[in-house]
Ligand binder design. Structure first.
Ligand code: NAP
Ligand code: MG
Length: 482
């Protein structure tokens, strides 16, 4: 097949101004750690050290929570919803104004392609602030219950796959409802959260309303365990989510947990195959497959399986893997060495258990962390690659004969975050959506996100919703829900 050759089209990184090291953002300013240490954050596409950030200590977390409490008891707690909304609008507009800076920095620190950080992560992050800004003065009319009130101080811990976007999912609803925040970004992707601290200053948010503490798991644990946290919002792995649920059991802390997934993307024989192939590619190769709701299990009706497989592989041979800052890149770097080892371990297990492995054979850069877009066929339900979250550019293909069988296989995992259904038949879409135990079901599309739409899981994918009115309800108490 003819392949187009592209000249390099790198985005300039001159727009990003990186400091050699960063402190913690507490009470409206950058401060030194008390008793913490430092660690380096690298560009996973080159292994270049980008900057040094603080590994916050429990004492630092305590200072951040105290600042958040003072802000809550002070100006922020007394502010009208309309005035809070003005700050959220301001933040949203600044994110748009500084979009290129955020996109380039996100790509440098995370390894995702610039076309995704530019066209997805940053615009959606701004959209979350715009959406929630609109709710700030209308909470009484949001159908949440009588007299909705903030919880107080919210602790938030987020993962590395959508660093700025997950920050927006967390901070926008918390502020719209009048809470104050202590947030910890992931260890490997702290830089856009630190740049967001700059936006908070630029927007003139009162000190202490948003506090950003960088660090590793122990810093997250210190937030979870802090006695003056009223509510926790966590996005990350099911393993850490379970630990968090155990450590807050018996306390008054409220929590929402957005955890892992192993979504089925289900293709029926009557689907528009070429569109479905695009949906499969978007479902699992978007963001290197580092997506909690990724369509990592392809369930394809048996009589079209060979055709879908052939077209899919042909399409994957055209994917461009490489420099994330290049505007033509489709698949960027794996976020960390640790994640690359996990993907390698699980794909080796797939081969050892008897599934057939294929990859697109593309060249990979010599430095950095990379993995070729990979497809496993002949996968059975008991294989680890059909049960465990790989969180990488790896698709497991299974087949089915009847809709009932598709549902049984799709639901046969401990997770239940999302699913996709491809068929021309409207009644089948509705029936499938009803049968699938998944928080989000996409029909003839995949990986569509919108701040107005609630997102969250069933079973071990967690509890609580983010986005829409459902997401707001997690950040308030009302007279009817206590
Ligand atoms: P992770 O290891 O659970 O880490 C998530 C966050 O928790 C990070 O900031 C991490 O810090 C921190 N953390 C680690 N141990 C902790 C502890 N004992 N107490 C408190 N915090 C702790 O997950 P990940 O590998 O970064 O992210 C991938 C996972 O997130 C996948 O399973 C994915 O499905 C899930 N995810 C879910 C959603 C959703 O909406 N459902 C969205 C995105 C991702 P460090 O960075 O230092 O480890
Ligand atoms: Mg990094």
């Amino acid at each position: 097949m003819a392949k187009f050759e592209y000249a390099p089209a790198p985005e300039s990184r001159a727009v990003v101004d990186l400091a050699p090291s960063y402190g913690l953002f507490i009470n409206g300013e950058f401060t030194e750690s008390q008793g913490g240490s430092a660690f380096k954050t690298v560009n996973p596409a080159t292994e270049e050290v980008l900057s040094e950030v603080t590994d916050a200590s429990a004492a630092d977390v305590d200072r951040a929570v105290a600042a958040a409490r003072r802000a809550y008891n002070g100006a922020w707690g007394r502010m009208s919803g309309a005035d809070r909304g003005k700050y959220l609008f301001r933040i949203a507009r600044i994110l748009q104004e500084r979009a290129r800076e955020f996109a380039v920095l996100e790509t440098l620190d995370n390894g995702k392609p610039i076309k995704e950080s530019r066209d997805v992560d940053v615009p959606l992050a701004a959209a979350h602030f715009f959406y929630h800004a609109g709710w700030a003065d209308k909470l009484e009319y949001a159908g949440l219950g009588t007299n909705p009130r903030a919880h107080g101080v919210v602790g938030q811990v987020i993962p590395w796959n959508f660093p700025l976007l997950m920050l927006a999912w967390k901070i926008a609803p918390a502020l719209a409802t009048g809470n104050t925040v202590v947030l910890k970004p992931a260890e490997t992707t702290p830089l856009t959260a630190l740049l967001f601290a700059d936006v908070v200053q630029q927007a003139d948010l009162p000190p202490g309303v948003v506090n950003i503490v960088t660090g590793a798991g122990a810093t997250g644990q210190a937030i979870v365990d802090h006695p003056d946290i009223d509510k926790l919002a966590f996005t990350g792995s099911t393993g850490v989510g379970k630990m968090i649920a155990r450590s807050i059991a018996g306390t008054r802390k409220k929590a929402t947990l957005e955890l892992g997934g192993k979504a089925a993307n289900i293709i029926f024989e009557d689907a528009a195959i070429d569109q479905a192939v695009e949906g499969i590619v978007n479902g699992i190769f978007f963001n290197q497959g580092h997506v909690c709701c990724a369509g990592s299990r392809l369930l394809v009706q048996e009589n079209i399986a060979a055709d879908v497989e052939r077209r899919l592989k042909r399409r994957l041979e055209t994917l461009r893997v490489g420099d994330p800052l290049d505007k033509n890149t489709d698949v960027g770097a794996i976020n960390s060495k640790a994640q690359l080892s996990r993907i390698t371990e699980l794909t080796d297990a797939g081969e050892a258990e008897g599934a057939e492995r294929w990859d697109n054979g593309c060249e990979l850069p010599a430095k950095g962390f990379w993995f070729r877009p990979t497809v496993f066929t002949g996968v059975s339900q008991t294989h680890r690659i059909a049960q465990e979250e790989i969180f990488g550019p790896v698709l497991s293909v299974l087949t089915f004969r009847t809709p009932q069988e598709a549902v049984a296989k799709a639901n046969n995992t401990p997770y239940g975050l999302s699913a996709g259904v491809w068929t021309e038949k409207g009644s089948r879409i509705l029936w499938m959506a009803d049968q699938l135990r998944a928080g989000v079901v996409w029909a003839n599309t995949f990986n569509k996100f919108d701040p107005t739409s609630p997102f969250g899981g069933y079973k071990e994918s967690g509890y609580g919703r983010e986005g829409g009115r459902h997401g707001l309800s997690a950040y308030v108490t009302t007279e009817s829900n206590g």
